[in-house]
Design a protein around this ligand. Structure first.
Ligand SMILES: Cc1cc2nc3c(=O)[nH]c(=O)nc-3n(C[C@H](O)[C@H](O)[C@H](O)COP(=O)(O)OP(=O)(O)OC[C@H]3O[C@@H](n4cnc5c(N)ncnc54)[C@H](O)[C@@H]3O)c2cc1C
Length: 330
């Protein structure tokens, strides 16, 4: 990998240019901070046909939202470059990040907005349908599959809850524990009361016909006809800043791994903030954008505090030098 010389330093590097990163960059650029977004260009919702539930943006194509965000960042002097950050180092009060292509960038603060990876169970046919008719979030897709026959594929502790939740959108639900979920007697009572069928047994495949999901095939050979499948993937925040000691940890709900942070996104590593799905696994687009905005304001306040300390130190030095010069004159 060729290592190139460090590019023009900026005040803030945003790693990841989805809703969280671009929103953070916009706020920082408008705060007259020099900001650079480095983005690998794979937002989590890319396979979806629209962004839903984002007031004033409902139904917009995910790539159009990103393009609009990039334009807004550029309008205030921020830059967006394509690239994948692979490591970061801290030295002399600055961070230096390196991309896969060997480019190096330097900044006073970092905002990590790298999102998360959805890990799907290994069922033939499933991954190809992800974001189309294999879904996870009722607020993102529930309206689109309302009243349709839905299979909820068991993956872990949230699966029964997910089946009960989707019941708000359709009454035609079958839960497949798929030998991965143990359904308690009380949960069975809840499912029965809500008219949700439970079909036991290993799942062999997701059946597709003419580019439409048609059912779930069990290992026994039985086919249960459904037109959509919901599941809870294991969600894993990337470990892009492992080199700075920023390690994703298990989420308290047992649904994946995230980077811990306070309400403003401040992490345990001074100078590094995190926003969006990388820390909040449940954040939707509007929540990720809001988090980027909050982190950006916190970063700006931190830089203002540092700028002020530097200015005060310089003022004191100047006063000291003036005082010494005057005492020598006397
Ligand atoms: C199929 C699907 C459909 C969805 N539909 C909706 C919906 O309708 N409405 C809704 O509100 N939410 C929806 N969501 C959730 C939505 O995707 C997230 O809320 C949102 O993407 C979180 O934004 P983010 O900025 O945190 O992460 P992302 O949007 O995932 O952006 C992260 C960015 O960082 C980049 N990146 C990652 N690692 C690196 C690296 N090392 N260096 C540089 N860049 C990197 C990625 O390529 C990506 O561009 C959906 C999710 C899925 C999976």
């Amino acid at each position: 990998m060729p290592v190139m010389k460090t590019k023009q330093p900026v005040e803030v590097i945003v790693i990841g240019g989805g809703a969280a990163g671009l929103s953070g960059a916009l706020t920082l650029a408008r705060a007259r901070r020099s900001v650079l977004v480095i983005d690998a260009g794979e937002p989590r919702n890319a396979p979806a046909s629209g962004v839903h539930g984002f007031l004033s943006r409902d139904g917009m194509l995910p790539r159009d939202l990103v393009a609009r965000g990039q334009e807004e960042v550029a309008r205030y002097g921020g830059s967006v470059v394509a690239g994948r950050v692979v490591s970061a180092a801290h030295a002399d009060c600055r961070f230096e990040v390196t991309t896969e292509a060997g480019e190096r960038y330097s900044a006073r603060r970092l905002l990590v907005a790298t999102g998360l990876t959805d890990e799907l169970p290994e069922v033939p046919g499933l991954a190809e349908r992800w974001g189309r008719d294999v879904l996870h979030c009722p607020y993102c897709h529930g309206w689109e599959i309302r009243d349709q026959p839905l299979g909820v594929l068991g993956t872990g502790p949230m699966s029964v809850h997910q089946a009960l939740l989707f019941r708000q959108w359709t009454s035609r639900i079958t839960l497949f524990p798929a030998d991965r979920v143990e359904v308690t007697d009380y949960q069975r009572e809840q499912l029965t009361a809500r008219g949700i069928d439970v079909v036991e047994g290993a799942v062999a495949a997701v059946e597709v016909d003419e580019d439409r999901l048609t059912g779930i095939r069990l290992a026994s050979g039985r086919l249960v006809e459904v037109t959509a499948v919901a599941l809870s993937p294991r969600m894993r925040a990337g470990n892009v800043l492992l080199s700075l000691g920023l390690e994703p940890v298990e989420h308290p709900m047992g649904v994946g791994e995230h980077i811990e942070a306070d309400a403003t996104g401040r992490t345990a590593v001074p100078g590094v903030w995190v926003a969006g799905n990388a820390t909040d696994l449940a954040a939707q687009v509007v929540g990720a954008a809001a988090a980027g905005n909050v982190s950006a304001a916190a970063i700006n306040a931190d830089l203002v505090a540092e700028d002020t300390s530097i200015a005060v130190a310089a003022l004191r030095r100047a006063q000291e030098v003036r005082g010494q010069a005057e005492s020598q004159r006397l």
